[in-house]
Design a protein around this ligand. Structure first.
Ligand SMILES: [Zn+2]
Length: 46
């Protein structure tokens, strides 16, 4: 399992909602969380 860093939910790594940033893939529970992340990835990556 991967963690959705926008809402904190556990997400299956086969999820289609994912984004590649700095060579790392981030997974999301929904398009909504992915869109929030894509708008401002720096806010979520620490
Ligand atoms: Zn989410």
């Amino acid at each position: 399992m991967e963690k959705d860093i926008v809402c904190g939910m556990e997400v299956d790594e086969g999820s289609d909602c994912n984004s590649l940033v700095n060579g790392r893939i981030f997974y999301f529970c929904s398009e909504e969380c992915k869109n929030k992340f894509d708008k401002n990835p720096i806010k979520y990556i620490r």
